[in-house]
Write a protein that binds this ligand. Structure first.
Ligand code: NAD
Length: 310
């Protein structure tokens, strides 16, 4: 049994916490959303969707100080809350605690590293999907390849043991020696799809139907590939642009998370997706004008949610 704290028990955090809890691990969810925490403690977590509808008994708190030290901290807040979340999680952190991030985007590992020794951090990438239905209720929307890896690529006994703990709980995690390559390869898909779908307000498949959006997609992804090369990242795909186009077609009906955020008037993770490519490009002398434009348009959309022209 592993003692686990999930910091950020929203769609993905509560789903992963629920799976681990129903398979006998000692899980506490930590979230600033008091109503959700109360609902989980009172009624259990209601999981609906592809893994079956059920209620999972689960512990939840708003104050990480009440949990004690844990074996594993899973960070599942949105990227712009990572710094605050890991700061608040410190009372649960011991010398043997492992911190795992399955979040999307770039910059989460760096934010965690400002508070936790790098050797205590594992990276994760997941293709599972979830959406919140309300306090105490989550919809399990998708499963897919998921990976866990040491940041230096070592295949350690810790990595094997934790991958096994998740896998035996129903979250199949493959241990990998290239988690940064996997993280960047997923990032390239988000680079090509998220900002453009949010700006154009279209589903994923539309991007490759119009010559204009298809060209912008290709240019944005190509810039990010150059940044990845400059950083020595081992990408998974020989032709990342073709891969992103294929994902658009495979997920043609999907609304990207950034489109959903923009439609709901919420803050997006743009600074950690296209915005991160601009920052990394500057650091490595790689021009990224397309990603700069996409970033600034999405940021301007966020800043002008309250303005309507009729
Ligand atoms: P979400 O908004 O549903 O959940 C985030 C939760 O964090 C919220 O409940 C919020 O109240 C909580 N939170 C915010 N600040 C906090 C703090 N300081 N301490 C504790 N809790 C705090 O987000 P999500 O959709 O679960 O996404 C989380 C991350 O996982 C993102 O990086 C996202 O890109 C990534 N991701 C999401 C999916 C998906 O299908 N939803 C899939 C793969 C990866």
């Amino acid at each position: 049994m592993v003692k686990v704290a999930v910091v950020g028990a929203g769609a993905m955090g509560s789903l992963f916490g629920g799976f681990l809890s129903e398979h006998g691990h000692d899980v506490t969810c930590i979230d600033v959303w008091a109503e959700h925490v109360e609902a989980i403690n009172r009624d259990g977590l209601r999981i609906e969707g592809i893994s079956g509808d059920r209620i999972v008994p689960l512990k939840a708190v708003t104050d990480p100080g009440r949990v004690g030290q844990v074996d594993v901290i899973i960070i599942f807040v949105k990227a712009y809350h990572t710094e605050a979340a890991i700061e608040a999680a410190k009372p649960m952190l011991g010398a043997d605690t492992t911190v795992i991030t399955f979040q999307n985007g770039l910059g989460n590992i760096e934010a965690i590293e400002r508070h936790v020794p790098r050797t205590q951090i594992l990276g994760g990438v997941t293709s599972w999907g979830a959406t919140m239905l309300g306090s105490g209720r989550v919809r399990h929307a998708g499963v897919g390849d998921s990976f866990l890896g040491e940041l230096d690529g070592a295949m350690t006994t810790r990595l094997e043991a934790l991958s096994e703990a998740f896998t035996s709980s129903g979250i199949v995690l493959k241990p990998t020696d290239n988690i940064l390559g996997l993280l960047w390869s997923k990032l390239l898909v988000n680079i090509g799809i998220n900002a453009l779908t949010a700006i154009l307000r279209v589903q994923n498949g539309r991007l490759v139907e119009y010559p204009g959006s298809d060209q912008i997609l290709a240019l944005a992804v190509s810039e990010a590939v150059e940044v990845a090369k400059a950083k020595g990242i081992r990408l998974l795909y020989d032709d990342p642009v073709a891969k992103v186009r294929a994902v658009c077609r495979q997920t043609a009906q999907n609304r990207s998370s950034m489109l959903q955020d923009v439609l709901a008037g919420r803050r997006t993770e743009i600074d950690f997706i296209n915005g991160a490519i601009v920052r990394e490009g500057e650091a490595h002398g790689v021009p990224t004008p397309i990603n700069l434009v996409l970033t600034q348009i999405v940021k301007t959309i966020e800043q002008s949610y309250d303005i309507r022209v009729s």
